[in-house]
Write a protein that binds this ligand. Structure first.
Ligand code: ATP
Length: 231
């Protein structure tokens, strides 16, 4: 289980996270919501080790990993699907997936069939270049690249951004399937309310670097949260 406690984060003198706490449990989706610029991506980067926190704890099954480098967290089960996907356009789909394997021991560096079963379109496109895929296919590739490490914590940053509705549905089904498998904690950063609500077990809403609302999905009052998300 991931237990983020009172994390503060700064860019230079500017504080972008203020005592942020959240939990993520295996078999559950924690949705992180909030308008543009409230600190969601910074929070994800802090969790995955791409940005150093100034204070607070990031407990992973009881161990504080807040000072661990990103590669060590990756080896211990953390995987991220970054905002904007960060696909290598010149590499093939297969090569993009292989980049995800780097944190695994040599003997385990293979692309699991189950990942391709989840996104069959990728199997058909293994030798195509990443840059030739549609936005939705690239998003599926980014999720698959995270999954090849067989993560125990999957963090997705706005996976529906700029994606057409039919593929959003496929991505939602894939996330639900991974959640229901039960061995992975999932953090879903999302501004698309309906998508987040359909998948979430619990939620946090952020504003200006702080968590201003949090609770279980049943406690998520649609009108309140929509208001907090409105620009
Ligand atoms: N590298 C950086 N240096 C300085 N300030 C930054 C940097 N990256 C982000 N910020 C600022 O930190 C704040 C939080 O940004 P962040 O990207 O975490 O928000 P967000 O909620 O993920 O927004 P979005 O949905 O637009 O990605 C914003 O005010 C942003 O301008």
């Amino acid at each position: 289980m991931l237990d983020v406690r009172n994390v503060d984060l700064f860019y230079g003198a500017s504080q972008v996270l203020r005592s942020v706490s959240l939990k993520a449990q295996p078999g559950k989706v924690t949705a992180v919501m909030g308008r543009n610029g409230v600190g969601k991506t910074s929070l994800i980067r802090a969790i995955c080790g791409r940005l150093p926190v100034a204070s607070g704890q990031i407990l992973w099954n009881g161990t504080d990993v807040a000072r661990w480098p990103a590669y060590r967290r990756a080896r211990n089960g953390f995987a991220t699907v970054p905002q904007g996907r960060e696909i290598f356009p010149q590499l093939t789909v297969r090569e993009n997936l292989q980049t995800g394997l780097a944190c695994l021991p040599r003997s385990e560096r293979r692309i699991p069939e189950s990942v391709l079963d989840l996104f069959p379109v990728l199997r058909e496109m293994m030798d195509r270049r990443g840059g030739d895929l549609s936005g939705g296919q690239q998003q599926q590739l980014a999720i698959a690249r995270a999954l090849v490490t067989r993560p125990r914590l999957l963090v997705l940053d706005e996976p529906t951004e700029g994606i057409q509705p039919s593929i959003i549905k496929d991505i939602g089904s894939a996330i639900a399937w991974l959640r229901d498998r039960g061995d992975m904690a999932i953090i879903l950063v999302e501004q698309y309310f309906d998508f987040a609500r359909d998948l979430a077990d619990s939620f946090v809403v952020m504003d200006r670097g702080e968590v201003i609302q949090a609770g279980l999905r049943e406690e998520m009052v649609e009108s309140d949260v929509r208001e907090l998300l409105a620009v």
